[in-house]
Design a protein around this ligand. Sequence first.
Ligand code: GAL
Length: 332
Amino acid sequence: MKNHKTNAFLSATVFCLLLTFLTSSLAFSQATAALTSFQPGGKWLDTEGNHIDSHGGNIIYVEDTETYYWYGERRGTPRGAACYSSKDLYNWENEGIVLEKGEIEVFERPKVIYDELNKNYVMWFHYDNSKYLTAELGVATSDSPTGPFVVQNHYRPNGHESRDIGMYVEPDTKKAYIGYAADHINKTIRMAELSDDYLETTAKDVDIEAHCEGPGILKKDGKFYLLTSGCSGWTPNPATYYTADDIMGPYTKHGNPFVGDAGNNSFNSQPCFIFKIPGYKDAYLYMGDRWNGGGKPDSEYVFLPITITEKGGMEIHWHNKWDLSMFTPEKK
Ligand code: GAL
């Protein structure tokens, strides 16, 4: 009888241990299963298995460490700027919150660029009050890509309203530019050149007569392409692109680059940045937010390749799943 009881106890213990092992290894493998593709609009978890909370931001590549950093609005608590790191653009490790917004009522669309000369990471962002009427640019700095970033200033550039922003750094001259949705509640976009240390906007600041939000900029064969969304808050709308020979304009307006955009809503997304993927020829990554009508922390991402056609048009096609093998590696 005693033996029978001991055996039952032993088998129950072994069963429990096995169950614990199986469930924990399942959770582990779910959290660590490496991704090998982008799946636009799908669930995108970080390397710990949590939803990536990094909206309206941008990606940079740090050559020394061969690491990508993705910055964005952390819309969960505490709110501020999120930072994730990756070696391959698919798998992202949470580097934590790199700037807590604290007293800032609205902190949106952070974009980080690296000042190689002064070894300074500079973050520009949309600084506002809850009614979006302060309409300023904010700037913060850090000596490390993973922060902490410290706010240095916030103001209206040359007296103009500023809300959604895009950024572009010219690879040869290292000059940096901010495209910002500006006066009369985003009726136009202005382009401002930054000082050499990227800490201030200069007086080179023009109305480029583009409408309206979420500006993303790329350059191919000497031509600038500016992608913008319409102005409908968290609800997606059809995008428009513009081209120019000079980043300061004049710009020519074209149509909606989203091909087969049946919902007329940029594949249910709003542009936040265009990242030129290093190491590949003409590899432009469209980064868009799927706000799901509310700008909540669980908003999703639509990342797609941007094609510039032989005739010089911009096209963005839908892919359920895609990876970097669709680009041609650049010769070293
Ligand atoms: C959008 C803008 C977002 C956010 C939102 C607030 O148009 O692109 O960044 O400001 O409005 O409603």
